[in-house]
Design a protein around this ligand. Structure first.
Ligand SMILES: NC(=O)c1ccc[n+]([C@@H]2O[C@H](COP(=O)([O-])OP(=O)(O)OC[C@H]3O[C@@H](n4cnc5c(N)ncnc54)[C@H](OP(=O)(O)O)[C@@H]3O)[C@@H](O)[C@H]2O)c1
Length: 165
């Protein structure tokens, strides 16, 4: 089973502020939906709470250390290993780790693919960042640019494959 990280990141790897996303770019959100539909998506408890509901058409898995935590319509797990085992037990081919920063930092070492939407903006200010990765360990498989439109910044979409573990 492939483990992939999906994130929209700014020029300084920023991803969020006050437990919210920094940008909402329609094409990027549509692409995220296309990519993840039918798959298992894994998110940290804080990201789940910022969304506030399970994302439809996907098996939503929420990670928390709180044994009593409930997330209606989601599967709650208490370790990254348990999340990976759960997705594998469903016959999943690609597990999508959808944030936030805490989850990305832990899952990066076991991920084989990164789907990164690079938003060409330095605003708004952020309080949450995607982890640093070593570019020499990753090969850019796809890089597509999108111009700024209707008040949304330009961005480009990259798919990176890990060269080797
Ligand atoms: N730009 C993007 O693509 C993107 C995507 C997703 C999220 N975000 C942003 O990222 C921010 C949230 O990120 P965050 O780092 O603060 O929080 P997070 O990663 O969403 O959630 C962290 C929580 O997950 C649980 N957790 C983490 N590791 C665990 C482990 N190994 N075992 C059990 N539970 C574990 C803990 O929950 P408990 O405290 O309940 O134990 C922890 O407090 C928000 O601003 C959000 O909007 C951005």
């Amino acid at each position: 089973m492939l483990i992939s990280l999906v994130a929209a990141i700014g020029q300084k790897r920023e991803i969020g502020r006050d437990n919210q996303l920094l940008w909402r770019i329609r094409e990027d959100l549509q692409n995220f939906k296309r990519l993840t539909l039918g798959h298992v998506i894994l998110m940290g408890r804080k990201t789940y709470e910022s969304i506030g509901r399970p994302l439809p058409g996907r098996t939503n898995v929420v990670l928390t250390r709180d044994a009593a935590y409930e997330a209606p319509g989601c599967t709650v797990v208490h370790s990254l290993d348990a999340a990976i085992a759960y997705a594998a037990s469903l016959g999943e081919t690609e597990l999508f780790v959808c944030g936030g920063a805490d989850l990305y930092a832990q899952a990066l070492s076991v991920a084989s693919r990164l789907y990164l939407s690079w938003i060409e903006a330095t605003e708004p200010a952020a309080d949450t960042y995607f982890p640093v990765w070593n570019p020499s360990q990753w090969r850019v498989e796809l890089d597509v640019g999108f111009p700024a439109v209707e008040g949304t910044p330009a961005w480009h979409y990259q798919v990176l494959e890990r060269r080797a573990f």
